[in-house]
Ligand binder design. Structure first.
Ligand code: PLP
Ligand code: COI
Length: 336
């Protein structure tokens, strides 16, 4: 692509050539369709517009040194979309349909996959919406599953440099027994006030605490939180946290590097004990955290101006597997 500045891509939307779509109607999924339109036409009473029947996923495809395109843990994202769909009573797209749609969307837009040297990637956004009409609150009888792609740079413009975050104390992203553990649009709507509040105060994003007691760490912006101390990778466990595929990969890699892993409730008071902290996710990859500000106590926890050694090691190893520079011993990568 002649006119894309691959090295300076933001995390945003760039029009690509095609997207793929599949309709669920009359009790079955149809054929995958290719579209060059950025528009979706639907019924004015579609349940996604009124009652939040929507789920999405996020993945990345990478161009290797060898010119091959690799997509990371696609079937795991398919299974997570199934869990999201089941949670809000939507029709689950079969894993094979999801994977085929992702492959097709990448191949049809292969000229938008950023080159190896750029360090950028092709972001893949599958989404599922209730399109059947309903006025009473009930699940739709028709669904539309779509996949679009767009080339992206780092989620935080600093890339692999520490960002500062602020603890949120006056709103919640997800209720204790709500939908925080799945990837549905309503969670992100609920996160907007906290994100705006943090950004207005000069922070990159917000660190959520558990909704019930405001005692435990939940998530960090649209990413999971982790802390490092005493050669241990610590990450919170709770029903309202999205099970991040990146975090799951990092826990596996950490163990292989001889780092202990603890996934358990993490009290906010423990923030003072970490040597390194960070957030992890498809978009965020690993984004180290430099400072965490607690507006209630006025305390700022500091972790340094540069990424710590454990976060750095994990970041480079994960990226090397994703780009095909290190062997894929876990079968995480699908070559397209
Ligand atoms: N937590 C939230 C709320 C997210 O939106 C995401 C992004 O998908 C993550 C965590 C990270 O999940 P993953 O690593 O599977 O992208
Ligand atoms: C991702 O990491 O893929 C996400 O979905 C985060 C996003 C909401 C920007």
């Amino acid at each position: 692509m002649e006119n894309i500045d691959w090295r300076n891509l933001p995390f945003g939307y760039i029009k690509t050539d095609y997207n793929v779509r599949c309709y669920y109607r009359n009790g079955q999924w149809g054929e995958l369709e290719i579209s060059s339109s950025e528009q979706v036409s639907m019924h004015i009473a579609a349940t996604c517009l009124h009652y939040g029947q929507e789920s999405f996923e996020g993945m990345k495809a990478f161009c290797g040194k060898d010119g091959k395109i690799r997509v990371f843990r696609c079937a795991d994202n398919a299974r997570r979309m199934q869990a999201s769909a089941a949670c809000i009573k939507m029709q689950e797209p079969p894993v094979e349909l999801f994977v085929e749609a992702v492959k097709k969307a990448i191949l049809l837009n292969r000229r938008f996959v950023p080159p190896y040297e750029s360090g950028a990637s092709l972001y893949i956004r599958p989404l599922l919406i209730g399109t059947g009409a309903a006025v009473g609150v009930k699940p739709a009888d028709e669904y539309l599953f779509m996949v679009f792609v767009t080339p992206v740079g780092p989620y935080f413009k600093t890339g692999f440099k520490p960002v500062n975050v602020m603890i949120t104390r006056d709103s919640d992203r997800a209720a204790p027994l709500g939908t925080g553990h799945v990837k549905v649009g309503g969670n992100y709507a609920a996160s907007l006030p906290a994100a705006e509040q943090a950004q207005k105060a000069g922070y990159a994003t917000s660190l959520y605490l558990d909704a019930k007691e405001k005692k435990y760490i939940d998530e960090c912006g649209p990413a999971n939180f982790f802390g490092i101390k005493n050669n241990t990778y610590v990450t919170p466990q709770s029903h309202s946290i999205l099970p991040s595929i990146t975090n799951n990969s990092l826990m596996t890699l950490a163990k292989e590097l001889g780092i202990k892993v603890e996934q358990r409730p993490v009290e906010a008071t423990e923030l003072s004990t970490f040597e390194e902290t960070g957030e992890c996710g498809t978009a965020a990859v690993i984004t180290p955290i430099g400072k965490i500000f607690d507006p209630q106590t006025n305390v700022t926890y500091r972790y340094g101006e540069e990424a710590g050694p454990v976060s750095t090691k994990l970041y480079h190893l994960l990226r090397a597997i994703q780009y095909g520079d290190e062997p894929d011993t876990h079968n995480w990568v699908t070559i397209i």
